[in-house]
Design a protein around this ligand. Structure first.
Ligand code: NAD
Length: 309
């Protein structure tokens, strides 16, 4: 097979999907950025007299994500005009584009059932030769492609970008048991040569490599904070610049990641590790659950451990 990537479909226009589409634009690769159709009108849409069928509403999530890219601080696009390489839309009206692209990358919520349903839908439109991957933080690549044909799985793998995509060098690539070895090699080369990443091939273990270590570190830090009656500021003062991490102290990182996503990632670890002590580390503290209930998710809702101006 002569693998190539000239056009991509990014499914999920949240924190990571928009960052991934921006990264593709930065290296000159056009992409579709697709999300679900909103089920409710916002107050502003109601005030403007729009209906759920209006294109501005049907495409709202992807349009907003695209709009946000040139405005992000620091800008996620090297050249703001590169945003034209991104075509936003909703998945329902754009299913046919999935058979026109060379790579479909799934970047939706960290939930096995949602991802499995999406791949089932994608397979109906998919054609041999199209690469399909997941940006999951740690859900099993084999489990999410369960029930798909062998031919589809030969084209399937995990491609785990880190946040923010523009700045984080690491790209984990995770084959499933059927991934064609030459596709794995192609993605490693493409990730390094074209996307400028440092690629690490991982086994399909719980949360792969970086997140298994990173999530553990974050959870232990949170527990130590509670045990030592420290505050968020204290912990960030200790785990930020003095440790050589100018912008990524513990809670600032969690605000960038998104509390809802972090809870899914830590819960995936909790549910799938076998060692009892390790399992205990991944128990989500009540205050984090409460923050998710209140939608204090971090930068994406403008309120997390910190308030975003
Ligand atoms: P997010 O909540 O910011 O965005 C998810 C988007 O997916 C939302 O816009 C939602 O509307 C959309 N969506 C949900 N179901 C969909 C469907 N069926 N079809 C199309 N769109 C759908 O989440 P995120 O932080 O961007 O995370 C996305 C994925 O990337 C997750 O698997 C996560 O674990 C992984 N990831 C996240 C980070 C991070 O730092 N946030 C880092 C690396 C990997």
């Amino acid at each position: 097979m002569d693998w190539k990537i000239k056009k991509v479909a990014v499914i999920g226009a949240g924190v990571m999907g928009s960052g991934i589409a921006a990264h593709f634009a930065n290296v000159g690769i056009p992409s579709y950025l697709l999300d679900i159709v909103p089920k409710e009108l916002t107050e502003e849409e109601t005030r403007k007299g729009l209906t759920l069928e209006h294109p501005q509403v049907r495409n709202r999530l992807a349009l907003k994500a695209k709009e946000g890219l040139p405005k992000a601080k620091p800008a996620l696009l090297y050249v703001p005009d590169n945003v034209d390489l991104i075509t936003p839309g909703n998945i329902e009206d754009h299913l046919s584009v999935l058979s026109e692209v060379d790579w479909i990358i799934e970047v939706v919520v960290e939930n096995l059932a949602v991802k499995q349903q999406l791949f089932e839908k994608i397979e109906k439109i998919w054609k041999p030769g199209i690469i399909v991957s997941s940006n999951t933080s740690g859900v099993s690549i084999n489990s999410m492609s369960e029930g798909r044909s062998k031919e589809f799985r030969e084209h399937f793998l995990g491609t785990h970008f880190f946040n923010p995509v523009r700045y984080m060098k690491l790209l984990e690539v995770i084959p499933c048991t059927d991934t064609k070895p030459e596709l794995l090699q192609f993605m490693v080369d493409f990730g390094e040569r074209v996307l400028g990443k440092g690629v690490v091939v991982c086994k399909d273990t719980v949360n792969f490599i970086a997140n298994r270590i990173g999530t553990y570190g974050l959870m232990v830090t949170v527990q130590e904070m509670v045990n030592a009656s420290l505050g968020v500021d204290d912990v960030d003062a200790i785990t930020g610049p003095v440790m050589g991490r100018p912008k990524s102290a513990t809670f600032r990182t969690l605000d960038i990641v998104g509390l809802d996503t972090f809870v899914h990632v830590a819960t995936n670890c909790h549910d799938n590790v076998t060692d009892a002590d390790e399992k205990a580390t991944f128990v989500i503290p009540d205050f984090m659950k409460e923050m998710v209930t209140r939608k204090w998710l971090g930068e994406k809702t403008k309120q997390g451990f910190y308030k975003k101006e």
